[in-house]
Design a protein. Structure first.
Length: 360
């Protein structure tokens, strides 16, 4: 009964109450008749006739009350259903929508008024947060660019002492980190505001992945890691090439950073059930089950290792971009052997291409 609609529950309660009332009335009538000074046989006959008549009327009473109770409940719950449908349509892209206030000045109308006031406050807070992130990231770009140009000028100046050049090189690395943070925050702010512009085009995902694997191989070799790729000859998708590249790059960067010595990084791709799938997995310390549900949150780091640089934005950006494409990014497994992520995107064609083993 917990899953029954409220209108059916109300109708059932009304019918049960009617049955109890009918039985109570019959018992009362029977008691009154028995207390009358009349011939016992006649009293018994009248009492039984009344009892049988009331028992025969119970099914009719139940049907009438069930139908009538459902109609009454439907009329009473119509405003609630309208409110539910309106609330389901309020998203990030239309936060200015409000719930319809019923014309009746009852408790539901008062509740809807309070909810609309709450939505006003939430919309204002959300817009201020998004505006701050976007403006802060935008205004940081200019001073960071000036700072980077000045440091690069110091590095290229032949008169700069070696000690100063070492310090300038360290500062330039931090400036690059600031640039990355500003760009990531601006991208997330646009995603929050529903203004993330994607340029969809048809391209071969396998070709893009091969180029990314080549870059990843160079970074992995410096860490003593091996990169293995199994990619199909062709994997056409309709998506934003730059955004998809950023997703895979973030996954591979994490696979390199959080790997073990002499570890391996695998990237596989193929088509399955009308979707293009890209799998990236690596060896290394697994993500604990307690931390796994939070890995796509912003500024959250699944492994609290201060020696590994990062801001906890890479996976959240990858997740947002995948969602904007109508796809998904998920953690498939993380155990003592592999940590595996899978990116799924709508494919241009549903036929699965046969993967061709390729060592990147």
């Amino acid at each position: 009964m917990k899953r029954w609609p409220l209108r059916w529950k109300l109708a059932l309660y009304a019918a049960a109450l009617a049955v109890v009332a009918t039985l109570a009335g019959a018992a009362t009538t029977w008691t009154i008749i028995l207390s009358m000074d009349a011939e016992m046989k006649q009293v018994n006959r009248i009492g039984w006739d009344i009892l049988f008549g009331m028992l025969g009327a119970i099914p009719t009473v139940l049907i009438v009350i069930a139908i009538g109770g459902r109609w009454v409940a439907k009329q009473a719950l119509a405003p609630v259903e309208a409110i539910t449908q309106a609330a389901a349509q309020i998203t990030v892209k239309n936060l200015d929508r409000r719930l319809p206030v019923p014309p009746t000045a009852d408790e539901i109308a008062e509740l809807v008024t309070v909810l609309n006031t709450t939505l006003d406050r939430l919309q204002s807070s959300f817009e201020q947060s998004v505006r701050f992130s976007a403006e802060a990231s935008h205004h940081l770009k200019t001073p960071i660019s000036v700072l980077r140009a000045g440091i690069e000028e110091i590095l290229t100046d032949r008169d700069t002492p070696a000690k100063q050049q070492t310090r300038a090189d360290a500062l330039l690395h931090q400036v690059h980190q600031l640039t990355s943070i500003a760009e990531n925050l601006l991208l997330l702010a646009r995603a929050d505001a529903g203004r993330l512009e994607l340029h969809h085009e048809r391209f071969d995902l396998s070709e893009v992945l091969r180029g990314i694997c080549e870059d990843a191989t160079v970074m992995a070799e410096a860490e003593g890691l091996e990169v293995e790729a199994k990619l199909p000859q062709e994997l056409p998708v309709m998506a934003d090439r730059r955004a998809i590249s950023l997703i895979v790059q973030n996954l591979l960067e994490n696979a390199i950073k959080y790997n073990q010595p002499d570890g391996c990084i695998c990237i596989y791709a193929g088509a399955s059930n009308g979707e293009a799938e890209v799998t990236v997995k690596n060896n290394g310390e697994p993500i604990s089950p307690e931390r796994a549900p939070q890995i796509f949150e912003r500024f959250y780091r699944a492994r609290s290792d201060a020696r590994i640089s990062g801001q906890g934005l890479g996976l959240s950006i990858a997740w947002e971009l995948a969602k904007t494409h109508g796809g998904r990014l998920e953690l498939v497994r993380s155990d003592g052997e592999w940590t595996e992520f899978r990116l799924s995107l709508p494919s241009v064609r549903g036929d699965a291409a046969q993967p061709e083993a390729m060592l990147a």
